[in-house]
Write a protein that binds this ligand. Structure first.
Ligand code: PAF
Length: 276
């Protein structure tokens, strides 16, 4: 496995590759990321993983400075997982000058996670497009835990005619149901015990909707109140169309229950796709 830090070296290394599967990450890798690498292996002879904590997608009061950075451990895990190349650029390498040209995501980027993280998806789409232009993958793999991110990146690929197939990988979970996330490391022991409740609450949302409760707004409000009573700071609990991420039309069948809520200062997100 090669570790490369500059765009010029990466381009030189990849120029003769016939097919590249790409896994963009921000590092602090867990089994969820390694699952993405495994899927990437199935799609192309060369697997490239990037590790880059992207300043453009963090708000002024967010955790950019404290975001966990564990490059040595990450590279050891990637070696074992079978990555061919790890791209670990500096912020100056990706943004040598202020990034004045950015990708404007679709309006749904201002809802759900975007409502409490203004500019987040513009930052994500911009860095992913830049990384796509550097790596030039045939396939890129993203986790479905960040369903809104995957949705927006699919729209970017479609609307900008990028010759890349996006693969969505199922969310990997701890044995108690908590979705794997680098931010789980921030949880203290009591919060870690409480954290799987978000997933359980979303399962109850799905059960209520599938059980015939048609007032989705009421389900969302009740679930948010339930979590709030237990000490969560809820950003949203929402039932949306899995195809548009908008509130479902009356007879839509493919739906998704999504939630984002904080325990202390740690923001957790999760979702469950379901059919009606
Ligand atoms: O999901 C992430 O880790 C990041 O948003 C991504 C896609 C690597 C872009 O920085």
């Amino acid at each position: 496995m090669e570790i490369i830090r500059t765009i010029a070296e990466l381009r030189a290394r990849l120029v003769s590759e016939t097919g590249i599967a790409f896994v963009p990450t921000m590092g602090n890798l867990h089994d969820g990321h390694l699952h993405l690498v495994k899927i990437a292996r199935e799609h192309a002879p060369c697997v490239v993983v990037s590790i880059f904590v992207n300043p453009l997608q963090f708000g002024a009061n967010e955790d950019l400075a404290s975001y966990p950075r564990t490059p040595e451990q990450d590279c050891a895990k990637l070696e074992t997982a079978g990555a061919d190349v790890v791209f670990m650029p500096s912020a100056e390498e990706i943004y040598p000058t202020p990034q004045q040209i950015t990708v404007a995501p679709p309006p749904v980027a201002d809802q759900l996670c975007g409502a409490s993280r203004p500019g987040h998806f513009r930052g994500v789409a911009t860095v992913v497009l830049k990384l796509f232009n550097v790596v030039r993958p045939t396939v890129a793999v993203f986790g479905k835990k960040d369903f809104q991110q995957l949705f927006i990146l699919r729209e970017m690929v479609r609307q900008l005619n990028l010759p890349i197939t996006l693969v969505g990988a199922e969310t990997m979970r701890e044995s108690d149901g908590l979705a794997m996330s680098s931010r789980n490391a921030y949880l203290n022991p009591a919060q870690r015990l409480e954290a799987p409740r978000l997933h359980r609450a979303l399962r109850q949302v799905v059960q209520a909707a599938q059980g015939g409760q048609h007032d989705f707004a009421a389900i969302e409000t009740q679930t948010a109140q339930y979590l709030t009573q237990l000490g969560w700071i809820v950003d949203y609990i929402a039932i949306r169309s899995a195809n548009t991420l908008l509130p479902p039309e009356p007879r839509e069948h493919e739906l998704i229950a999504l939630g984002a809520a904080r325990l202390g200062t740690t923001r957790l997100i999760d979702n469950i796709g379901f059919a009606l």
